[in-house]
Ligand binder design. Structure first.
Ligand SMILES: Cc1cc2nc3c(=O)[nH]c(=O)nc-3n(C[C@H](O)[C@H](O)[C@H](O)COP(=O)(O)O)c2cc1C
Length: 254
């Protein structure tokens, strides 16, 4: 159906507008370390009842040069990067092998927030993948064996039969990690924290760095329009917060 055939729906979307009444985001209010800042916002999202707060939309580069995006769940965010797990034979892994860069977005819409990042990407070590795989429920472990990711299957019954077959194969003990399943680490060189504010005067805080001691600066459209958007890397509040315990934490959600 074209736009011309659905005027009512289009008009409804044009008129839908929510006022964001959230508190502001200023360089003095945030942590100098984007990882610590991410954990602060992730905790807020968790506490605020946001569904799947560790979900991020991951964009990779397709073989045709066109971005390809999908949701994954991150399992670790620390000073070494942002880790998710997947099938190494799937489309996104093949794309990351060919072009080891990615962009990702965390959307915490209930809090009027998003976090964007751009990153270099690498596979995590086998030991890391083994440790995470061992922590998964047996049903998820069997799912990793059974699911031929990104390949077409005839119908769902094929998957279910494969789960039963692998369950029998590993009936006597632990389910080992398939060699084609493991983690990817995004190593961000850019982060942006976005806080929705009233009247579309949103706050954007930008970190550009390859190290934990991030340089950050405001990128509010308003501040920029007034010529006040400027580089900034040290504020009293920021320094205090930066002095607090840093470092990564595991995401506890399964
Ligand atoms: C909430 C949610 C969480 C997901 N988590 C993962 C994940 O952690 N790893 C993964 O490989 N796919 C995950 N998926 C499925 C992916 O979005 C995607 O469909 C699948 O990985 C195949 O992508 P690809 O063909 O581009 O490789 C998730 C989907 C949703 C909706």
């Amino acid at each position: 159906m074209t736009d011309r055939e659905a005027p009512d729906q289009r008009t409804e979307l044009w008129g839908r507008r929510v006022q964001y009444e959230s508190a502001g985001l200023d360089v003095g209010d945030v942590d100098l370390d984007p990882v610590a800042q991410w954990h602060q916002w992730h905790d807020d999202a968790l506490g605020g009842g946001v569904a799947e707060p560790n979900a991020m939309t991951l964009a990779t580069i397709g073989a045709d040069g066109v971005p390809d995006a999908r949701i994954v769940l991150v399992r670790t965010v620390d000073q070494f990067g942002v880790v998710f797990y997947t099938n190494y034979d799937g489309a996104k892994s093949r794309q990351l092998d060919a072009a080891p860069v990615a962009s990702a977005v965390f959307s915490w819409l209930d809090l009027n927030r998003q976090v964007r990042l751009r990153a270099h990407v690498e596979r995590v070590t086998d030991a890391e993948s083994d440790a995470y795989f061992a922590s998964r429920p047996r049903s998820s472990q069997l799912g990793a064996w059974a699911s031929p990711q990104s390949n077409e299957i005839q119908d769902r019954s094929v998957l279910e039969e494969r789960v039963i077959a692998f369950d029998e194969r590993f009936a006597d003990g632990e389910v080992p990690r398939p060699t084609y399943w493991g983690g990817w680490r995004l190593i961000p060189f850019e982060w942006e924290f976005w806080q929705g504010r009233p009247s579309r005067l949103h706050d954007r805080l930008h970190y550009r760095s390859s190290s934990a001691a991030a340089v950050h600066r405001m990128r509010s459209p308003v501040l920029r329009a007034e010529g006040r958007g400027c580089g900034h890397d040290e504020s009293a509040g920021g320094r205090r917060r930066a002095d607090r315990a840093r470092g990564g934490r595991r995401i506890s959600a399964s």
